[in-house]
Ligand binder design. Sequence first.
Ligand SMILES: Nc1nc2c(ncn2[C@@H]2O[C@H](COP(=O)(O)OP(=O)(O)O)[C@@H](O)[C@H]2O)c(=O)[nH]1
Ligand SMILES: [Mg+2]
Length: 295
Amino acid sequence: MAGWFGALAKTRNLLQKVFSSGDAGEAGELDVEVAEETLLRSDVPARLVAEIVEALENAPRKASRRDLLKKLLLDELGDAEPFVWPAGVNPFVLMLLGVNGSGKTTTAAKLARRAMDRGLRPMLCGSDTFRAAGSSQLRLWSGKLGCDFTGGETGHDAAGVAFNAVDAALEKGCDLVLVDTAGRMHTKTPLMDELPKMCRSMDKRLAGAPHAVWMVLDATLGQNAVIQARQFNAVVPLTGIVVTKLDGSSKAGFLFSVRRDLGVPILFAGLGEGEDDLAPFDREKFVEALLGEGC
Ligand SMILES: Nc1nc2c(ncn2[C@@H]2O[C@H](COP(=O)(O)OP(=O)(O)O)[C@@H](O)[C@H]2O)c(=O)[nH]1
Ligand SMILES: [Mg+2]
């Protein structure tokens, strides 16, 4: 499995400038302009950059810049409980949302794999009926992983497909249903309207479903991903964030926007393309990998 340190190389390489400016890592020696520019380039939100710059400027001369920065970054991410599949909700229904190419299908497969590793029986639901062969990628994953699958053909009603998946999961005694949805632009109203319809449809078959709605955010998009998430959140309230492609992004600093802007916890991170390259989001590891520690 890919690790945090390797995954965050691109953003870290950018941030190294913050430390290489000035001497000996002392706060008083910091080149504030370099720090500011570098943090902004890695998509750390401007508000936080201003707070960091102020704190670094006012820090006692002998204080370690690295320690100060680390504390500010950790505080900004907040503490979230690691996600565990809730016991006693059978099946637990989880819907994955996002724009095209963000990594929804891959994440659904990775989550199925994690669940299977824990002795659970997942049902993968391919509800992407928008594109031709939209759910075939997930069907292939289900074959590879050896788990249940329910999918729809192109043009089928996605809400009906989701209903059928919950129905089949109840019948087969699955522990969870992972509903992979069609990618959609947050600006396209008709497709966005399909999401609450899907939720209502699943709730009809199993009251309370979906129990979780996670948005899959592509880290290479930086702050744009947060703008998308805000729009999705307005249509279907999100309960979690999965961030993908951290391994290919130099803009991982955008994650520092998520808690204050969205108030939604970051639960998992994609650190590579493989089925086991999904890790529970660990703010310590994330910040340490950014700052060049923990290798
Ligand atoms: N490097 C990397 N690639 C990823 C990650 N997650 C997904 N991908 C790749 O991103 C591309 C789009 O993923 P896909 O799951 O099809 O996106 P979807 O359109 O949202 O379903 C594929 O080539 C995936 O292999 C990740 O965490 N790291
Ligand atoms: Mg997909």
